[in-house]
Design a protein around this ligand. Sequence first.
Ligand code: AMP
Length: 585
Amino acid sequence: MALETIEAQSVRSGDRPNLDDYDALCREFRWADARGLMDGLPDGGLNIAYEAVDRHVAHGNGDRLALRWIDNDEAAHDFSYGDLSDATNRFANVLAALGLQPGDRVFSLLGRTPELYIAALGALKGGHVFSPLFSAFGPEPIKARMTIGGAKLLVTTKSLYRRKVAPIRAELETLEHVLLIDGAEDLPDGTVSLADALAMASGDFDIVATDPEDMALLHFTSGTTGRPKGAIHVHEAVVAHHVTGKYALDLRPGDVFWCTADPGWVTGTSYGIISPLTNGVTMIVDQAEFNAERWYRILQDQRVTVWYTAPTAIRMLMKIGSDLPQEYDLSALRFMASVGEPLNPEAVEWGYQTFGRPFHDNWWQTETGGIMIANYPSMAVKPGSMGKPLPGIDAAIVERADGAVTELTEPGAMGELALKTGWPSMMRGYLDEEERYRKCFSDDWYLTGDLATRDADGYYWFVGRADDVIKAAGHLIGPFEVESVLMEHPAVAEAGVIGVPDPTAGEMVKAYVALKPGFAADDALNRELRGHARKRLGPAVAPKMIEFRENLPKTRSGKIMRRLLKARELGLPEGDISTLESDEK
Ligand code: AMP
């Protein structure tokens, strides 16, 4: 039978977590005090990379292990805080020598390799803006993001460059420099070997005195319509990265922390780079893709104490079963957390039965920059709930009407999840999209676009998205980006893209396509379209399934009604179809 609550982990274990009295801390917490946990730069400056790396060196902890990188062959490569300080200084010097100025945009297109971490932190030291791209993106999402972001420099590999960037390089008008991480042999035209440049650079660098409100990170996210949005985060965000890691992930000195997210997405940056380092822990980075045996081996051999992963991965582990983990010594594990998509109660309970502790779900999004709602070790877990707001975060369930927002205080009332503005890692804008940014706010509430409820005990429960964006294997996918690529194909007249439920990935991208006259809706064309989308968008974004239709349901203004496609796919009520103009029937 399903468990209604699981007793707080700290009560069961007798261990004292960082956050051991939720209500007391909520009362006492002030962001201004949290800011005092940072060293800052002289003259009031604040720089994420200083707080993450150099501060520990300044405090005499340069020898502490910062990053253990496990390569594809499972060899471990260690970087102390001192090593990272030196490498990131060199990287910052390389950028300066190339003429980059503070504020210039530095992009990466890399798998999980040490250079990604060095590039991120080195760019921040130079006052540049860092924007990571997911290495499984195809040329189209890469082009869109680098164009919107005004990328001046890209760090990538030869293979990724040749396959994905070289074909579009001429269209990337702002791009001046490409640094390749894998050796100086056979360098493609217009690229530079990063290793050579680093070897020649000095290991001393004076960190640029960034203002707390200077732009530091640009993370792209997707909406229902239009192009991807570049969410702007500033150096001040480090205050939230630090304290949320401390309270929601219970990071403590001496911890070995493994965040399985890719730094191409926001979790992999906030909690895969910044938060663990500011908290002075050792972080594990695995180069390889998911493999259950390998994962358990890493947890065991590295003596991982805090593990932050995602529902899709947990469900893949569940599928393989509870016997496999029994073969490993996972006794070092103290805290397990999950993020990015709804974590079903069965997965929480499976964790509890299998590892003796539940996965602690937490919630946030690209725009919030850090964890906003979480289950803490000192709090009973209600499987299926996202938990309670972080101290310093004021959340509510609201209803929008006529441009105003009303709070729904009745327990169980469903509405939009909203957060009171003003926490340090709140996005400061969507790059060059003032109007889209403004629409996210009403009064002093930030409106998240997620539907949720809050129960009588103050726990939040995720209901769904208020819009049409898709969450597949933890990746937020904008249907418009997928539809646009399908529309490029000469056979396609119309395309509508939705997420359909998938037992492992949460949702799967599915496209409905109406063909132009003269094209046959057969298997060969279906395969060709899927291949076209995969090549242009990359495997993480392309539709897994395509279904042909004579027509797609549209509003009178010609907008495809994805909501209706979805309702019909799932056999749900069609809702209000008064704006429906034409139909597939
Ligand atoms: P992203 O901006 O890519 O991090 O995606 C953020 C979105 O992922 C949120 O707005 C939610 O829709 C979803 N999400 C993140 N965490 C959770 C969670 N714990 N439970 C349910 N949905 C989540």
